[in-house]
Ligand binder design. Structure first.
Ligand code: UDX
Length: 449
């Protein structure tokens, strides 16, 4: 069980996006005084008044709870977040440039502002995902080129491994905490900060800064590789008549492989995997060791969408004038995030081929329509199915597992179902009169319990 810190610290968090806000909440929850800071004063106002600007299970409640303790506050002024702090986290965005490289301008800017506002010794933590080597640049930026004996600013790399939709649990009960630093003082400060988590049994891994930075990209790229591996296998299963769910179950039973991230389907999306994969690729090229496997991971991920398109064409024939219903629009369940969502990539392909596309998502509908304005929105799966020639399950939302297939089918112009996440039971769908297609599975097969 997590217990409050024995020696609470004062923490500033620059950038209150998903990662920054969850960092604020988890550190306040163990008793630290936390000041979240964002240049967007509307966001600051919302958070300060207890409104979480994104969907994340449990976070709204924790925000209200921590604001009420007075330990958590928000500001638009960097000086307020930095001047009394022992530790300042940089949680600003590192979006991809057109080249695929991470844009680190906001990190540099945050470093300068922190250096300008620091009044005493401070540990400056890179939380944002950054390419290996960023710590050196950041250290030079915050030191202004010359060490200051009074205001020693030590840079630390402390990457996050939060999954959207489970971010709070991942932050409060992480598999591991990674701290990359170069001075005993910085390690000491970070040990004190994370003491409640370590006391709760979490492993704290200490490395040098560059290894910590590289480990974050390496972890995400490896997980993406696992998904692409299973999706490539899914294509082989389709060609051979094998069932990817059975194959993945056998593979996953080997603890050296592990059963997680072997889910075949429409592939990975979200703000992290695609962006981190291309940033890691660019980094490896820049370092003189191009890593072609990473490009292949991305290519196989694109193939998964093409495989789904082929199945849709196979069941509805020509797409012009056909109505396709996408069930699930978020890049994965339990989030309203549609960034790089495979569902929206599919929507764009379908629209480009002349189909009308209607979508349903329990929480991400509005965001999806913001990205793809031609997308029609339905209030529930049954409305989405009305007059549709094909349903495509795009996101593995739990509520989609219990669909009344009889009712869905009765509303449709043609009973076609492409299960992009292998979520449904094939024989049940077939018994309800559907032409059912799954990913990497023979058409007649049922879902694996
Ligand atoms: C990921 C990492 O898991 C996390 O550690 C890191 O800090 C940020 O990036 P997230 O993007 O929230 O987290 O989502 P994740 O749960 O990892 O899923 C990523 C994508 O892979 C989703 O689109 C999901 O649908 C897909 N996926 C996942 C599969 O297609 N198959 C699987 O078996 C698992």
């Amino acid at each position: 069980m997590l217990r409050p810190s024995n020696s609470p610290m004062t923490v500033g968090v620059i950038g209150t996006g998903h990662v920054g806000t969850i960092t604020c909440l988890s550190l306040a929850a163990v008793g630290h005084r936390v000041v979240g800071c964002d240049a967007d004063s509307e966001k600051v106002k919302a958070l300060a008044s207890g409104r979480l600007p994104f969907h994340e299970p449990g976070a709204q409640e924790l925000l209200e709870e921590q604001l009420a303790t007075g330990r958590l506050t928000f500001t638009a002024e960097t000086t307020v977040a930095v001047s009394d702090a022992d530790v300042v986290f940089i949680c600003v965005g590192t979006p991809a440039r057109a080249s695929g490289e991470a844009n680190l301008l906001a990190v540099e800017q945050a470093g300068r502002e922190i250096a300008g506002a620091a009044t005493g010794p401070l540990v400056v933590v890179e939380k944002s995902t950054v390419p290996a080597g960023t710590g050196g640049h950041l250290q030079r930026t915050v030191s202004g080129g010359h060490p200051d004996p009074v205001r020693t600013l030590d840079v630390v790399s402390n990457p996050e491994f939060l999954r959207e939709g489970r971010a709070l649990n991942d932050a409060l009960h992480p598999d591991r905490i990674l701290v990359g630093a170069s001075s005993p003082r910085a390690f000491e400060v970070m040990r004190r900060l994370y003491q409640p988590f370590v006391d709760d049994g979490v492993q704290l891994i200490e490395t040098d800064i560059i290894s910590a930075e590289l480990a974050k990209h390496a972890s995400n790229a490896f997980l993406a590789l696992k998904i692409s591996y299973v999706n490539a296998l899914a294509r082989l299963c389709e060609a051979s008549g094998a069932d990817i769910e059975a194959v993945a179950r056998v593979m996953g039973a080997d603890p050296r492989i592990g059963s997680e991230f072997l889910g075949a389907g429409l592939g990975f999306g979200g703000y992290c995997f695609p962006k981190d994969l291309s940033a890691f690729q660019r980094l490896s090229e820049r370092l003189g060791y191009p890593f072609p496997m990473l490009a292949e991971v991305a290519r196989i991920n694109d193939d998964a969408i093409q495989a789904a398109m082929a199945k849709i064409r196979d069941v509805v024939w020509n797409l012009e004038g056909k109505r396709v219903a996408l069930l699930g629009l978020a890049f994965k369940p339990d989030t309203d995030d549609v960034r790089f969502s495979p569902a929206l990539t599919l929507a764009r392909h379908l629209l480009a081929e002349g189909a009308t596309v209607v979508g349903f998502d329990p929480v991400a509908g509005a965001a999806a329509q913001g990205d793809v304005p031609e997308l029609e929105l339905a209030a529930d799966p049954y409305e989405a199915a009305t007059d549709a020639h094909c349903i495509v399950v795009c996101t593995a939302w739990d509520e989609l597992r219990e669909l009344d297939l009889q009712e869905l089918g009765e509303r449709m112009a043609a009973k076609n179902l492409v299960d992009g996440r292998n979520l449904l039971d094939g024989p049940t769908a077939t018994a309800a009169g559907f032409t059912y297609r799954a990913m990497g599975r023979p058409d007649s097969i049922g879902s694996v319990p």
